[in-house]
Design a protein around this ligand. Sequence first.
Ligand SMILES: *[C@@H]1O[C@H](CO)[C@@H](O)[C@H](O)[C@H]1NC(C)=O
Ligand SMILES: *[C@@H]1O[C@H](CO)[C@@H](O)[C@H](O)[C@H]1NC(C)=O
Ligand SMILES: *[C@@H]1O[C@H](CO)[C@@H](O)[C@H](O)[C@H]1NC(C)=O
Length: 341
Amino acid sequence: MLRELRLSLSLTLLLACGFLYRFAFKPHCFFSCRLTSQSQQELEVLLGQGHSIVFLETSERTEPSLLASCAVESAAKTYPQQPVVFFMKGLSNSMRLPPNSTHPAFCLLSAISNVFLFPLDMERLLEDTPLLSWYTHVNTSAQSNWLHVSSDAARLAVIWKYGGIYLDTDVISIRPVPEDNFLAAQASHFSSNGVFGFLPRHPFLWGCMENFVEHYDSDIWGHQGPDLLSRMLRVWCRLGDFQEVSDQHCADLSFLHPRRFYPIPYPQWRRYYEVWDSDHSFNDSYALHLWNYMNQEGKTVERGSNTLVEKLYRKHCPLTYRHLIQGPKALGPGELGSSNR
Ligand SMILES: *[C@@H]1O[C@H](CO)[C@@H](O)[C@H](O)[C@H]1NC(C)=O
Ligand SMILES: *[C@@H]1O[C@H](CO)[C@@H](O)[C@H](O)[C@H]1NC(C)=O
Ligand SMILES: *[C@@H]1O[C@H](CO)[C@@H](O)[C@H](O)[C@H]1NC(C)=O
């Protein structure tokens, strides 16, 4: 017993040292691109701690959108002791660093001490899961919604294998989620798959991966995504309707009230881009989903607009706000970390 304790303590210490080393040697220059963690081993050590925050980009783009930059930065800020791992399909292992000038968001994120950018290697991620045989047989060019479907698969596999929290790149984190195993309700009886978190190797996610393969149909939008989590949840839990702002619990799973992540429901997504009369602190929420897929008209955050989204950026992703939205003109010499002029 005592020996076990000692062993696990020294292991923890070893990991912590590795971490301190990595954190301390990240550059503190926000426009200098760095790919510090590239090896599979490093990835395993980071994810192996079981409490990573995971983002995915399944398209080939390597320069994150402003919103994605804000999402990742806000997660790094909300979970300062946890690694934030951003998998990008467009980063091949052999890729040279993108130039500072054309990839400002990439470079900004790469310089944040607990953010780690990795190439997305689907086969490796899906290894040892029911999804691998599906993935190696599927004709990707014949699938509808392939970017979404492959992202649906990858998020299940990575959280099943390593544990942690998955977040979409249009989710701004505002306070930590105090749950180990959770799904985010979009409405009573209906789960989203834009946010979820589990301890490693949770049987719920294994069941989801099996069901994914068994009932695979890429022509039905969301069938492998929110619909999959919702139908599995109905098998696992006897769900009721949500009352007030209380979450539902069944076995070791929490089904979190819609207001935790979706205080503004999707038909009203434009409210994020409006000026609000009063300040709203979203006290009942852990993160805010901005429904970017609804945003076909390309609404974005505008400097000085005083919209809700601008306030959110300023507060929850201040580096993205200052460097990418206010622009280089707003930078004084050596202004990092200091207040505005
Ligand atoms: C990126 O910027 C850093 C410092 O800001 C500089 O040292 C480095 O040479 C730049 N790299 C490229 C490729 O421009
Ligand atoms: C994959 O799908 C594409 C588009 O439907 C088709 O042209 C191609 O022949 C398929 N490839 C295989 C190996 O079936
Ligand atoms: C929200 O939280 C803040 C600070 O924690 C508090 O001052 C404020 O009264 C709260 N607002 C509501 C509506 O509960």
